[in-house]
Design a protein around this ligand. Sequence first.
Ligand SMILES: *Cc1c(COP(=O)(O)O)cnc(C)c1O
Length: 399
Amino acid sequence: MESPYSVVMPVTSRPDIVFARGEGGWLEDRKGRRYLDFVQGWAVNCLGHSPQVVVEALKHQAGLLINPGPGFYNAPMLRLAKTIVEHSVFDQVFFANSGAEANEGAIKLARKWGALHKQGAFGFVTMENGFHGRTLATMSATGKPEWEGLFEPKVPGFTQVPYNDLEAVAHAIDDNTVAVMLELVQGEAGVVPAEQAFMQGLRALTLEKGCLLIIDEVQTGIGRTGTLFAYEQYGIEPDIMTLGKGLGGGVPIAALLTRKAFSCFDYGDQGGTFNGNPLMCAAGLAVIETVAKPAFLQRVRDRGEYLRAQLQRLANEHALGEVRGNGLLLAMPTADIEATAIVKAAFERRLLINVPRPKTLRFMPALNVSVAEIDEMIGRLSGAINDVKQGGQDSGSTQ
Ligand SMILES: *Cc1c(COP(=O)(O)O)cnc(C)c1O
């Protein structure tokens, strides 16, 4: 019998269930089984599943205007851009539909700036184990060793160096370098934060060498690390920044931001059919107006500390190691246990968690996660770890 799933391209391994509803920290499948969600669409649903403010914003905007087209201004586009600019060191915004597209835009903007102001320099220094997306150029920027040799030839002009190694960056920069591009916490690499001294040194170095500093905050932005943007925690001002994931609270919207001095696209250089459409911008506005409130961000930091403490207690119990990360982007090493086995066992216990690396678990709950949900998650995770240790992960089925 043909599987009902076979009409969808198998680009990733998915469990044999179909999700039908979501509410806050919980997902429910078609059969009514409820799962506690600490993945939240890959750190996307920053206010949880179907949050009231986003639902209302979408309903309201859908009734007013869905799409006048990218060749015209619309009110949510202007209001969202103004709000992001007011809360950041940037002056101008270009809206995109995905993190990869925003990063692709950042690469184009830097190359345009290089063509205009740096004798055509087009090279980028990026980080080993970094992640910037799945378009061809952002795959070239990405330092994922697994992607080497895939979809060749890649876009030329990208050199990877070890993360947190200022000397390696200095060594890699040459006359053709137009920008250094990196994440402030390498999310896909297993939640590895940039060091303070590295980032401050990198800001000074890029200024000295006349290269742009591009920060990919697709995962770290919009409150994820406890401040609206992660760069605030480093005492630096980047030249270009990208946002995605959390910005729409679940709907596809991303952004490329820059300061006036580097905003050099001419008409026709950049664009896109759905870019800046009012429906997605209305969702983004509802999200940022909620998340940017100081009390909300304080609560993200408090809940992050609580989650970290509870995870560390569990890690100590099982001698797993140090919990890493900031705010509500945390990772727990699993020592010699396969993290995928824990995720499978957690799934049996109706808990969704993520594995960025073979021996690492990642936690990215909604930013408004409750203490009760954290306690519930820790209980299920603890059970899952015990299941794996007792070899129990094979006894259940995913049905
Ligand atoms: C997820 C992610 C991207 C890619 O975003 P998409 O919306 O999947 O294209 C880029 N950079 C970072 C840091 C990410 O975490």
